[in-house]
Design a protein around this ligand. Structure first.
Ligand code: DX5
Ligand code: ZN
Length: 216
């Protein structure tokens, strides 16, 4: 399978989102990765649901929504009503994770659980069979353009083993500091999907960069 590429809009030009979304629509990107932050779960605020609505209206690719917020289940309706494909919630933000995962599925979306860099993958063992994807953070969430945490490739390998053992069909996605170099290592370790913000948008030819990521 070719790499699933989910460019992160966090590094797009917020003054002209339509232009950058147009570029992503033309590109080989599979999904659009949307980072929503609340200033509580992470030390930053990005944008909220009114902006998500406009992004969804312009996007021709499925939305991969990454909620870096406490109590993400409170906003299930807002995420669902824009036609989101994948709703990512953080393990660290959900004491009743099983219930939230069921609610996401009942709302017609694919449930995905995100792990911070310090959260070990074995904690997902009892929920893996219910998930469509696991998103491993390879930076501490909250900001684009940070340095890739090298230990993540080890976590990808461990998660691959756990997925195979439990018979889960969950995809493995990685987010943070992904570029052609780190992306190649992640693919070799067993990652299916790559999120990339800064590497895509700082490139002079973002469409070609997305194509290169697809070919990893
Ligand atoms: C960080 C976000 C990421 C971010 C990745 O908290 O979850 O999706 O946009 O950006 P880069 O690829 O620049 O590390
Ligand atoms: Zn993200």
């Amino acid at each position: 399978m070719r790499t699933i590429v989910s460019p992160s809009l966090l590094s797009a030009d917020f003054g002209n989102l339509a232009k950058d979304i147009d570029m992503l629509n033309r590109s080989e990107a599979d999904w659009l990765h949307i980072d929503i932050m609340d200033g509580v779960f992470v030390p930053n605020i990005s944008f909220g649901f009114p902006v998500l609505k406009h992004i969804a209206r312009l996007a021709k690719k499925p939305l991969d929504v990454h909620l870096m917020i406490v109590q993400p289940e409170k906003f299930l309706r807002e995420v669902q009503e824009v036609g989101t494909l994948i709703m990512n919630v953080h393990y660290e933000a959900c004491p009743h994770l099983h219930r939230v995962v069921q609610q996401i599925r009942d709302a017609g979306m694919k449930p995905a659980v995100t792990l911070n860099p310090a959260t070990p993958v074995f904690l997902l063992k009892d929920i893996l069979s219910e998930l469509d994807m696991v998103l491993l953070m390879s930076v501490n969430p909250g900001f684009g353009g940070q340095k890739f945490i090298a230990h993540t490739t080890q976590k990808v390998k461990e998660l691959r083993r756990l997925i195979d053992e439990t018979g889960s069909h969950a995809l493995i996605e990685v987010d943070g500091g992904v570029n052609l170099d780190t992306g190649k290592q992640l693919r070799a370790a067993g990652a299916d999907a790559l999120v990339a913000g800064n590497a895509v948008f700082s490139n002079e030819n973002p469409e070609a960069y997305i194509q290169a990521l697809k070919n990893l």
